[in-house]
Ligand binder design. Sequence first.
Ligand SMILES: Nc1ncnc2c1ncn2[C@@H]1O[C@H](COP(=O)(O)OP(=O)(O)OP(=O)(O)O)[C@@H](O)[C@H]1O
Length: 260
Amino acid sequence: MLARHNRNDTGERMSDVVAEVHDLGKVHGGGSARVVALDGVTAAFRKGEFTAVMGPSGSGKSTLLHCLAGLDTPTSGAVRVGGTDLSTLDDDRLTRLRRERIGFVFQSFNLVPTLTAWENITLPLTMGGVRPDRDWVEGIVAAVGLSDRLHHRPAELSGGQQQRVACARAMATRPDIIVADEPTGNLDTRSGAAVLGLLAGCARQWNQAVLMVTHDPMAAAHTDRILFLTDGRLADEMPAPTADRVLDRMRDLDPEAAHG
Ligand SMILES: Nc1ncnc2c1ncn2[C@@H]1O[C@H](COP(=O)(O)OP(=O)(O)OP(=O)(O)O)[C@@H](O)[C@H]1O
């Protein structure tokens, strides 16, 4: 475990850090197909903080999120979640850590089509052999506004409702960190705003760390800070973002896209 009240080089309180990457590198492929996706990224993610990761296409955003969440293996550097270095875990322990400590929300919802909304939400618990804490799960269901949809299967739900089921599933185990890869990418503005409100609530009400990859300056404006990646490196960090400032920064980082 990270020591309570220990302070790192910059003096911040390490006790609030729930996940961190240190000098992270990731190379995909080899020979002429070799791609450096991440090149020395260091960042910490704290309780109660909603962080966006932005940057041009191919800058390494999804790779960062996947390495942090133990879905991909770094080539160099370290990933720690709850103080545990992921490289020290065998497959079983890594699977358990992912299930218990990390919640996932993907652009394409990734719900099990044959299960009802309730069964999808409680799946991380039932797979871990844990009986759902009914009060907690019902509280989540009420927060995401799905109480009257619990017996529906994903095909009987709108995209926005499916993503809210996915958010509730991500929250079911009370994870330390929720990672979301373009969670509003397939949603209309209204449904997207509802999902962003839920993710912000995870940070502000439930004190979880939330990390979201997005291309959308409006979505990023819901967060507490933005990490900007270019060419696999951390190019900038913006606290308390607004959509206008994000747009300006993105134009600076990716002038081609701005003119394209
Ligand atoms: N499995 C893989 N095999 C080979 N190259 C990969 C693989 N995954 C990602 N890459 C490459 O690594 C680089 C970073 O990809 P990544 O998906 O992390 O970027 P991104 O910033 O999330 O992009 P986008 O905004 O387009 O989703 C890209 O050049 C990509 O083509």
